[in-house]
Design a protein around this ligand. Structure first.
Ligand SMILES: O=P(O)(O)OC[C@H]1O[C@@H](O)[C@H](O)[C@@H](O)[C@@H]1O
Length: 332
């Protein structure tokens, strides 16, 4: 385990606002790209993760060997109001174009703050590196989405390097009104070569195809492979999904709770070229698999709280075609 980092970061102390305390000695607040503040979590061995206060967005997750496991575009723009291209943007209170708000909602381009006194969460005592963030709507936000909420996000690194994100969203409306939202952890995985990647766990699932006016289809055949642009919302997807990177001999296991759906997205070459903050060839080295609640919005009455959790682990896979036992990866 890395040595304790200072609880109060110099960058915060230097500013006019009160210094932000970090309760975990394995978390440190530092300046990141374009001077935006980020929290660095240091786990066992060389595992670490980085989270920007801008967007409450994880932008890096590294394993024991210091290898980056998430994709972050070399052209990512760290300048509000642009959302950071890569890592794990949080889509709230709207996923995609499923509503009248801007694409993927506004949580990904707001400044979150450190939450020093979150309501208790059942915790694994072995988890030492974590941070709690909070987002509340500003006056401006209330004009575009007239609901009062508290969105608490805990990001933690487990003893074996697993990355977990727990979101708690509470309706704090005082006028008695419920609200509804859609949500996604828009997770960008780093892969060696998209044409060598398979996704297991989504076979035979129904999906909405964003490339075909959100029409509903049923996935056929074997594991999912990639040969062209993909933008699908798998409905009622299983709680574990495996992303098998043949070339890297690495399998990501995505575990989700409270999030029925899973979006799979790769822009492929034409869309890649059209995105200002994405390299032309970067579609080859990324894949988004996004635990989500899209088809059925979540509704909260005042005082009610929803919880949605994502746990990512990266395990070595000695995969070669046909020899992987999906039950081992998905249930193990
Ligand atoms: O460019 P953005 O707003 O970050 O969105 C990227 C993609 O995000 C995916 O989740 C959507 O399904 C796609 O339709 C969208 O293109």
């Amino acid at each position: 385990m890395a040595g304790p980092a200072p609880a109060v970061a110099a960058s915060a102390a230097a500013s006019q606002s009160p210094p932000m305390q970090l309760p975990s000695p394995f978390a440190e607040l530092v300046k990141g790209s374009s001077g935006l503040e980020k929290i660095v979590l240091r786990g066992a061995r060389n595992c670490c993760a980085e989270i920007y206060l801008y967007g409450g967005q994880v932008t890096s997750w590294k394993n024991d060997n210091g290898e980056e496991l998430l994709f972050l575009s070399s052209k990512a723009i760290f300048k509000p109001p642009k959302a950071i291209r890569g890592g794990i943007p949080i889509c709230f209170p709207q996923f995609g174009t499923h509503g009248n708000l801007e694409q993927h909602g506004f949580a990904r381009n707001r400044f979150w703050t450190i939450d020093n006194n979150p309501p208790p969460l059942p915790v694994n005592p072995a988890i030492k590196a974590y941070v709690d963030l909070i987002l509340k709507p500003s006056e401006e936000d209330l004009k575009i989405w007239p609901h009062s909420f508290e969105f608490r996000l805990r990001v933690s690194l487990g003893p074996s390097g697993d990355l977990s994100l727990t979101s708690r969203i509470r309706n704090t409306n005082t006028d008695g009104r419920p609200f509804s939202y859609t949500f996604a952890y828009h997770t960008y995985f780093s892969v060696s070569d998209i044409s060598e990647v398979r996704v297991e766990g989504l076979e035979t699932m129904d999906y909405l195809d964003n490339l075909k006016a959100k029409e509903r289809f049923t996935e056929q055949g074997d594991a999912i492979v990639f040969e062209s642009e993909v933008d699908k919302v798998y409905l009622a997807a299983p709680s574990k999904i495996a992303i098998i990177d043949h070339e890297k001999k690495r399998t990501f296991v995505v575990t989700k709770e409270g999030l029925p759906d899973a979006v799979v997205w790769n822009p492929w070459d034409k869309k890649a070229k059209a995105m200002q903050d994405f390299g032309d060839a970067e579609y080859k080295s990324m894949l988004c698999v996004e635990p989500a609640a899209v088809e059925r919005p979540i509704t909260l009455k005042p005082g009610e709280e929803w919880k949605g959790r994502l746990v990512l682990s990266a395990v070595p896979s000695s995969y070669c075609s046909g020899q992987l036992d999906p039950s081992e990866v998905l249930q193990g």
